[in-house]
Ligand binder design. Structure first.
Ligand code: 13P
Length: 253
């Protein structure tokens, strides 16, 4: 029922040529190995159109790393859901902790992005996760509950039922080499599912794909994927290396 997904967030890495090469090599691997997991890659905006074309006959889905909270107009440097869709992009990451930290994005604003995606029949990958100090103060469940609840509060349950991916990415585990233990991650994933269930009902909660992100690598993916509520991974650094990324994909049975 729940989708199994391994997604690569390339962040602000790779030149155009390197990105195309990685996408094409990944596609060759996928064709040969036919993995169980659905695969998503999120290149920088600038490369989306070409990589979409390069992967036209592929099972890999190309996502954007961000989308505007506004529908159109005078928002210099922003890219709207409609514009993304017009070049064939159907999924967007929203609320990544790097957007929250460096661009001061907040939950209500992130919720608007999700609404625009749904208006165009697109899917969000909603990122949530607590900072180290939140966990140290025992506030991690409260923080994540608020992030999930506010971002989803105005969404139509029918859209949520069809298309909702959440990524739990504890900020202290991103790019640090420090992963949440499988137990810590499972505990939070189960809590996120419960929170969505309380807010929107069990049929939404049971269909929501919840990915773990934060220093996922070729060595720790299998143990994470064995947890009941971990449906897949959102991978940063390790998604830039074909061998590492494909090892993670293969671990998602
Ligand atoms: P790392 O895998 O590099 O820790 O990044 C995780 C992440 O932020 C994915 O969105």
């Amino acid at each position: 029922m729940r989708r199994k997904i391994v997604a690569g967030n390339w962040k602000m890495n790779l030149t155009f040529q390197q990105a195309r090469e990685l996408a094409l090599r990944l596609n060759t691997w996928v064709k040969a190995h036919k993995p169980i997991a659905e695969i998503i890659v999120a290149p920088p905006h600038l490369y989306l159109e070409q990589i979409n074309k390069d992967l036209r006959n592929s099972t890999i889905t190309v996502a954007s790393q961000n989308v505007s909270a506004m529908p159109n107009g005078a928002f210099t440097g922003d890219v709207s859901a409609e514009q993304l869709l017009s070049i064939g992009t159907k999924i967007s990451i929203v609320g990544h902790s790097e957007r929250r930290a460096y661009h001061y994005e907040q939950d209500k604003y992130i919720g608007k992005k999700i609404t625009h995606l749904y208006e165009h029949g697109m899917s969000p990958i909603l990122c949530v996760g607590e900072k180290l100090e939140d966990r140290e103060q025992g506030k991690h469940f409260d923080v994540v509950e608020e992030q999930v609840t506010i971002a989803l509060e105005r969404q139509d349950p029918e859209n949520l039922k069809k298309n909702l991916i959440v990524a739990y990415e504890p900020v202290w585990a991103i790019g640090t080499g420090k992963t949440a233990t499988p137990d810590q991650a499972q505990e939070m994933h189960a809590f996120i599912r419960k929170t969505i269930g309380n807010q929107h009902g069990l049929s939404v909660a049971n269909r929501t794909t919840i990915l773990y992100g934060g220093s996922v690598n070729a060595g720790n993916a299998r143990d994470l994927f064995e947890q009941y509520d971990i449906d897949g991974a959102l991978v940063g650094g390790a998604s830039l290396n074909l061998d590492d990324f494909t090892t993670i994909i293969s671990a998602r049975k």
